[in-house]
Design a protein around this ligand. Structure first.
Ligand code: HEM
Length: 377
């Protein structure tokens, strides 16, 4: 079974080949928590994350070797399961740096990167505050859902009294590839997703577009990134009543192979200038891939790492389903620029609604013997 190191220059779970399953959680620090509590929590989380990503249970005695008269240190549901490619990625939300009623919550106000502020309101947003934002986030990805859930469960348990779960999201199928070694998966509209994504094998693009550089502003964040999460509800039923040619026109690629409508195969670059009959462009002006493409956005790219979700159904018998969009970028501005373009013009908007949103600064990787986020303090 695959295992990825927890310690390193960058946190795992970003350029790591996207695993099949996700459990994402956002936390709020408790009202009484101090700066020392926050630091202790990050230290405790680091020790536990290092153990779990290595396929071990947490604590000195784990799930079943501890004293009979105490609750086990590890909750136990991953006993006997391998690491399953587990990665655990931590992030800091804007509110962690906030000053409330004149008090600097954790003495971090002066350390807030200028760009770490809530994303702007986009046209069409219908955000639920209860499933948005948060002081801290943890992204757990694994190839086994039980392993991802075990990680979030144990990290939440460790946080008890210091931080509590604000919202969380399960994802059951990756909607991107982040390595050329992976095949392109499909999203719930049935289209290949991740074709033009930034891949780990493109070091220049990863450096220019994903990792915060030392001259970018907040020095403590160098080697880190910004994580944007958007819970996007997809109108499965209207989409399924839409004719194939319209579905393809909305995306700008064909459904079978994922090739651009301007021709070629999956990895052929789209040609937005190419027109067919009556000078109508082969890739429509409002097609998703045109509006999201770097040539329409001043060269901007991002590393997408989202997941499909189905959370049962609503009271009208419609699937409560969609894409839990996650992207990593060197600056939140990259997401904002592209999303503004999409929110205004994308043909896809008839079928999707953004219902949750969050932005986190993802610190660089932890060094062995230290803890995640240490550069901040
Ligand atoms: C490309 C679907 C939301 C950014 C694509 C592709 C599909 C797709 C099928 C083409 C294959 C590929 O290159 O990956 C969707 C669906 C969405 C959604 C179903 C919502 C439910 C978003 C959002 C953003 C975004 C919110 C960012 C603001 C991109 C980018 C590309 C892309 C940057 C690559 C464009 C290129 O370079 O050719 N998307 N997408 N997408 N999407 Fe989305």
């Amino acid at each position: 079974s695959t295992s990825y190191p927890f310690f390193g220059e960058h946190q795992s779970g970003i350029v790591t080949p996207a695993q099949d399953r996700l459990h994402f959680a956002a936390f709020d620090m408790s009202g009484s928590a101090t700066r020392d509590d926050l630091i202790e929590l990050l230290k405790d989380w680091t020790v536990a994350a290092a153990a779990m990503t290595a396929g071990k249970d947490i604590g000195d005695f784990g799930a079943v070797s501890g004293p009979y008269d105490a609750p086990p240190e590890d909750t136990g549901e991953a006993l006997g399961l391998p690491a399953s490619g587990l990665t655990i990625t931590f992030g800091f939300g804007p509110t962690l740096f906030q000053t409330t009623e004149g008090a600097d919550r954790f003495g971090l106000a002066a350390r807030r990167p200028a760009e770490l502020v809530n994303l702007p309101h986009f046209p069409g947003d219908r955000l639920n505050p209860a499933t948005s934002d948060g002081d801290l986030c943890i992204q757990a990805c694994a190839d086994d859902p039980q392993v991802a859930v075990h990680a979030i469960r144990n990290l939440s348990r460790i946080a008890f009294g210091r931080a509590s779960l604000r919202w969380s999201q399960l994802g059951f199928g990756r909607t991107s590839s982040t390595s050329t070694s992976q095949t392109t998966p499909r999203n719930l509209f049935g289209f290949k997703d991740g074709t033009a994504n930034i891949k780990a094998e493109e070091p220049t693009a990863v450096n220019d577009q994903v990792w915060v550089q030392s001259g970018d502003g907040a020095g403590w964040l160098a080697g880190g990134s910004y994580l944007v999460a958007r819970r996007i509800r997809m109108g499965i039923e209207p989409w399924d009543r839409t004719i194939l040619s319209e579905q393809e026109a909305v995306i700008g690629r064909n459904k079978g192979e994922g090739a651009p409508l301007s021709g070629g195969t999956e990895f052929t670059e789209p040609d937005f200038a190419l027109s067919g009959r009556e000078n109508i462009p082969l890739i429509a002006e409002n097609a998703h891939v045109r509006l999201a493409h770097p040539t329409q956005n001043a060269g901007i790219r991002m590393l997408r790492r989202g997941y499909n979700f189905v959370d049962g159904n609503d009271e009208l018998g419609r699937l409560n389903a969609g894409l839990f969009f996650i992207s990593f970028q060197r600056s939140p501005h990259q997401f904002t620029e592209v999303q503004l373009n999409l929110a205004r013009h994308d043909a896809l908007n008839e079928y999707i609604t953004h219902v949750g949103s969050a932005l986190f600064a993802v610190p660089p990787g932890a060094t062995r013997g230290s803890y995640v986020g240490a550069t901040l303090f």
